[in-house]
Design a protein around this ligand. Sequence first.
Ligand code: 6PG
Ligand code: NI
Length: 176
Amino acid sequence: MRPFTVSMNLDNINFNGNHIVRRYEDIKSIFKSTDISLEGKNPVIYEVFESPVPEQQGHLIFLVTILYPGKVNEEFFMTKGHYHTVENTAEVYLGIKGKGLILCQTKSGDFEVAEISENRVVYIPPFWAHRAVNIFDEPLIFFGIYPAHAGHDYETIAQSGFVKRVFSKNGRVVIE
Ligand code: 6PG
Ligand code: NI
């Protein structure tokens, strides 16, 4: 592979790699309840623009995630969340726009919430699952980098979830 550059222009982002789009119907099972008002519209909850890098040890995959504002009933829009399949792999997020929370947890029951916003860097150590939550009224946009061989284990989260959820209650952000 040769060195390359891509543009971070958010008005027209395209890293020439995978473009993942997750809509409400694709991921509604991650939320505590279903929301009839979203059923017909089936809005995009988030999208990910990945770099065209092989999933091989030695490489780094970089990406931009755009997590849209919104709620499923009182629960803020969020990503599916995952452990990396190769668990001993870390990840770095750099906040570009908006405000959110990165929920992090380990299989031994440890839990942590990290705030992400413009110019804030979040370090997700090896063995920590991670899920982004948009707690604001504009898109949460962040850049991420992780080892290209890490892979995604969505199954563990699908089965046991995260230990906490984030809701909007009376205009306040509530983690419970
Ligand atoms: C990764 C990153 C990140 C994440 C997206 C969407 O390992 O690829 O953590 O890019 O994939 O923010 O989140 P989900 O992969 O949990 O749907
Ligand atoms: Ni990850």
